[in-house]
Design a protein around this ligand. Structure first.
Ligand SMILES: Nc1ncnc2c1ncn2[C@@H]1O[C@H](COP(=O)(O)OP(=O)(O)OP(=O)(O)O)[C@@H](O)[C@H]1O
Length: 217
């Protein structure tokens, strides 16, 4: 796997004034890029743009050297987004949420079962696998969404504020898992408010009011 995702001076909006202006970023296989900045700075907007969910009005996103067309193209290129709101089905169990995503992605049933068990174990959720999501705590729901993201074995993992609901031990666990994904060869992008978490990443892009203010490479 060697899918570098590059945002080249992207300007992105939701129909009105742009909320990202000429932002450049690079997700490199084997590395974790932290995207930081205050609330409303544009972190989610950047991740959605890298995931093919938003189309820049200027600039371009490319994956493996080709312009990223849309969400279908991103999925085909194995770009996986763990969204800030988790996007779990409340009336399914934790395991069902993971398994359904894998089956929808074309993974065979027995392999989907194995991957589901492994991913929930890695997030410390073996005991919650058969619990309905609506009965899980906020942190357990967040870890279920991360388990689903990891189980998809993406080449690019976009993790949006995935530690915001977690206690210190689980935050550490998730940061370690993001690093493991990078060691596996994935390009990882991690949006976070947490300066300590960002410091543990390989590079940092800091957004303020939709502009890239400082960059640690
Ligand atoms: N669906 C939308 N329609 C219109 N404006 C939006 C929409 N989503 C976000 N915005 C605006 O875009 C700007 C950037 O929002 P974004 O969610 O990307 O910031 P963020 O850095 O991820 O914030 P947070 O840390 O609070 O999650 C904000 O001004 C927000 O109000």
């Amino acid at each position: 796997m060697s899918r570098t995702v590059v945002a080249n001076r992207v300007t992105v909006g939701y129909g009105g004034e742009p909320v990202l202006r000429e932002v450049s970023a690079m997700a490199v296989p084997g590395r974790v890029l932290a995207v930081t900045g205050p609330s409303g700075a544009g972190k989610t907007t950047l991740l959605w743009t890298l995931a093919g969910l938003l189309r820049p009005v200027a600039g371009e996103v490319s994956v493996a050297g080709h312009p990223l067309r849309d969400l279908d193209h991103a999925v085909a290129e194995k770009i996986v987004l763990v969204p800030q709101d988790n996007a779990l089905a409340a009336i399914l169990t934790a395991a069902e949420n993971v398994r359904v995503a894998l089956l929808a992605g074309g993974v065979a049933a027995d392999e989907a079962g194995r991957r589901t068990t492994t991913a929930l174990d890695r997030l410390g959720l073996a005991g919650q696998a058969n619990q309905l999501v609506e009965e899980l705590s906020g942190g357990q729901q967040q870890r279920t969404a991360i388990a689903r993201g990891l189980a998809l074995h993406g080449d690019v993992l976009l993790a949006d504020e995935v530690t915001s609901e977690l206690d210190a031990a689980n935050r550490r666990r998730v940061l370690d898992l993001l690093q493991e994904e990078a060691r596996r060869g994935a390009a990882v992008v991690f949006a976070t408010h947490d300066p300590e978490a960002a410091a543990s990443c390989d590079a940092e892009l800091h957004l303020v009011d939709g502009r890239a203010e400082t960059v640690r490479r």
